[in-house]
Write a protein that binds this ligand. Structure first.
Ligand SMILES: Cc1cc2nc3c(=O)[nH]c(=O)nc-3n(C[C@H](O)[C@H](O)[C@H](O)COP(=O)(O)OP(=O)(O)OC[C@H]3O[C@@H](n4cnc5c(N)ncnc54)[C@H](O)[C@@H]3O)c2cc1C
Length: 380
């Protein structure tokens, strides 16, 4: 084959994600327990090179996410999410952490952390914390406090966490090294869905971080903070696809598909699904452009578009869930039916922070702009 016709490293990541997704889908029901975790699937991600793929090419990775429009990363996140939303959530956290390392770590730490990703460490980003007992970095360089809703608790071995110095409002970004099976409390994770994501409370008291990334509040720097929402929307898109396929399969299997009401619902569902797909692809491209050195789109426009996209995907997910449940009926609520767990996982993973704010902030940006609406998202 001519070398220029050979698939590039990020295209190979897409093929690998397809394989991992198929295996993960076959295992996902067995992992659907309060203390479940897709350990074999994470091992598959490592084996297939997908834990190393988001590492920049000059650091020995595939540079996944750096390709034009982040198109291959969209496909990888969607594929992994369609196989298992819990695995998709974990992989999205890993990708997010490595992108933050690439953006903010000093050269020596960047090199060391990327080497650890290549060696198979699972990274995560743990920002959420309770109103009291959030994470503090003391003058002695040690942490005190907890993180909540931390996916991969007890399994992630390199966690990027936000923590404040006492009396300081702006958080720092730190990386902590963790031993598997330590510091995690999953007792409160009695969730309807996403059970296998091991989303628990982690007590980091006494630990000294292995790296400090960037400066105060860099974690919230835009467009990356809000704009990065396209990645969870891509995983959600995979979950919507999986629900759609379970629904379509049910209609085909039961011979109920030719009924005009069922056909109309499936058509409505396909519109919602394909709309979500278009939004995710465009959001990733807008973000890639806005985050580039050229920065052709103003930061607030990038954030507004991604905010619209994440709400559009949430809405598509809710619509497909409702249509699928109406079409399949009670069968889809019985354990063992393909739709049952997929619906619980998607309904749970659609819950993301501050959806009202995302919608109204995007609307306010649109209201304040002077250009015609059709030109709002075009590079200047
Ligand atoms: C499976 C799963 C895994 C997760 N893993 C991680 C992880 O690894 N790391 C991590 O940091 N976090 C994680 N999270 C937590 C996640 O980042 C969010 O904190 C969580 O999803 C927020 O959902 P929520 O519905 O509680 O959002 P909320 O923002 O509380 O929204 C709930 C409702 O309240 C509204 N609302 C929000 N703020 C206000 C306000 N001030 N006043 C009035 N109304 C308001 C919203 O618009 C919405 O209608 C995970 C979540 C899930 C579901």
């Amino acid at each position: 084959m001519d070398p220029w016709l050979r698939p590039g490293p990020t295209a190979e990541s897409v093929a690998a994600a397809r394989r991992v997704s198929t295996l993960a889908a076959a295992r996902a029901d067995a992992q659907d327990r309060d203390d479940g975790f897709p350990a074999e699937d994470v091992a598959d991600l490592a084996q297939a090179g997908l834990l190393a793929a988001p590492v920049p090419a000059e650091e020995g990775g595939a540079g996944l996410g750096e390709e034009p429009g982040a198109a291959d990363l969209v496909a990888v996140l969607r594929l992994v999410g369609s196989g298992s939303l819990a695995l998709g959530r974990l992989y999205e956290g890993h990708v997010n952490a490595l992108q933050l390392v690439a953006r903010y770590a000093a050269p020596a730490e960047r090199h060391a952390l990327f080497a650890e990703a290549r060696a198979g460490h699972l990274f995560g980003v743990w920002n959420t914390e309770p109103p009291s007992d959030g994470l503090l970095l003391g003058a002695d360089g040690r942490l005190s406090g907890v993180k909540t809703f931390a996916s991969g608790a007890g399994h992630v071995t390199r966690a990027l966490v936000t923590a404040r110095r006492p009396g300081e409002a702006r958080p720092l970004m730190l990386v902590v090294a963790l031993e598997p099976g330590t510091r995690a409390d999953l007792s409160a994770w009695r969730a309807q869905g996403m059970r296998a994501s091991a989303t628990g409370t982690v007590d980091l008291t006494g630990l000294a971080p292995v790296a400090l990334l960037g400066g105060p509040d860099d974690y919230h720097r835009q467009p990356h903070f809000s704009g990065g929402a396209w990645r969870f929307a891509a995983v959600q898109l995979g979950g919507i696809e999986a629900v759609f396929e379970a629904w379509r399969g049910h209609l085909a299997r039961t011979g109920r598909g030719a009924d005009p009401h069922q056909l109309a619902r499936l058509g409505e569902g396909a519109i919602a699904l394909e709309g979500a797909r278009l939004f995710v692809g465009r959001a990733a491209a807008v973000m890639a452009e806005g985050a580039s050195a050229k920065g052709a789109l103003p930061v607030e426009r990038v954030v507004a578009f991604v905010d619209l996209a994440r709400i559009a995907v949430e809405r598509a997910g809710l619509e497909v869930l409702g249509l699928a449940q109406r079409s399949v009926g009670l069968q889809g609520f019985l354990r063992g039916h393909p739709l049952e767990r997929l619906s619980r996982d998607l309904a749970t993973y659609l819950r993301q922070p501050a959806p009202d704010r995302a919608l109204t902030a995007a609307a306010a940006t649109i209201l304040a702009a002077e250009e015609p609406v059709a030109a709002l998202w075009e590079a200047r």
